[in-house]
Design a protein around this ligand. Structure first.
Ligand code: ATR
Length: 279
């Protein structure tokens, strides 16, 4: 990658942000298409968000991804919100210009593009684990596909609030829905570190499709593999949400294969989700 005067600057704001893999695949995409641009991580504390956004905009930064913990807070500082941002209540993509800041959300479409690589979501019955920011984007996507969604969340009131918003159901335990759902989606942070589990994973059946938004092989994903289920960890969604941000910023078709390939050394899944043990 060559960075010269005249290169456009993009980035990701979060706290912490050093672990972010977005610079890896966004820079790979810029390089591949010969776009003179560079993508960098910006660590911004919550109390500095307003100042940082204004400073980055005034310094000529063209676009930003937004990650934890700023996805909801940025709405307050944006001049325009897309319809999806209004519906989801969170933004992961900002366009900065002399006119101001426009907020978009690509998490929902990233989820659809990723998961629809392995399964047709249309009208499926889904157990949604979690009711935070990611769950809201996933709910928006599942609603578009007319899915029947059953939400479980540790804090029941948040599950009920989300279910009400999208006309979904809630369940008092994940086990309650396992018998009749086709797809299990984990949007909680459980499994990110260590061996924490959300329910007894022995109850997962080979017919379940298991999706985890965490981009490592969590205990949930490992159990799905052992059962011979179709499964997907969070890497494909990470790439597709970023690919859609890239499209908004540049107007170019994102080179998704290049983006995926750039993450191979960081654990992007190279094994087929269709495990041979599935019968
Ligand atoms: P994100 O933007 O990634 O969705 P978030 O909005 O902070 O992050 O949501 C985190 C989700 O993980 C929530 O559903 C949270 O449950 P609560 O609403 O009860 O807090 C869930 N979560 C985090 N730690 C958890 C744990 N130890 N057990 C179960 N759920 C957990």
């Amino acid at each position: 990658m060559t960075v010269t005067g005249g290169s456009e600057v993009y980035g990701v704001i979060g706290y912490p942000v050093s672990h972010s893999l977005s610079p890896v695949f966004q820079n790979a995409a810029f390089s591949y298409l010969g776009i003179k641009a560079v993508y960098v991580p910006f660590e911004v504390k919550p109390e500095d968000l307003k100042t940082a956004l204004e400073g980055l905009r005034k310094a000529g930064v063209k676009g930003l991804n937004v990650t934890i913990p700023h996805k909801e807070a940025v709405l307050e500082f944006a001049d325009t919100l897309s319809d999806e941002v209004k519906a989801i209540g969170a933004s992961n993509t900002l366009v900065l210009s002399e006119e101001g800041i426009s907020a978009y959300n690509t998490d929902w479409i990233g989820f659809l593009r990723a998961v629809e690589e392995i399964v047709d979501l249309s009208k499926k019955k889904v157990l949604l684990l979690g009711a935070g920011g990611s769950a809201r984007a996933v709910s928006y996507a599942l609603k578009l596909r007319n899915c029947e969604v059953y939400i479980w969340n540790r804090t029941r009131s948040k599950a009920e609030e989300l279910a009400k918003k999208f006309s979904f159901e809630t369940v008092s335990s994940p086990e309650e829905a396992l018998g009749f759902v086709d797809i299990i989606v984990n949007t909680t942070s459980v499994g990110l570190k260590g061996d924490d589990v959300l329910f007894n994973y022995d109850l997962i059946e080979p017919r379940h499709v298991v999706v985890d938004l965490i981009y490592r092989d969590t205990p949930l994903i490992r159990s799905a593999k052992e059962k011979g289920c179709l499964f997907q960890n969070g890497f494909p969604m990470l790439v597709y949400q970023g690919a859609e941000s890239f499209r908004i910023w540049t107007g170019c078709e994102p080179p998704v294969k290049v983006m995926k390939l750039s993450l191979k050394d960081f654990g992007y899944p190279t094994d087929s989700p269709r495990t041979p043990s599935r019968t």
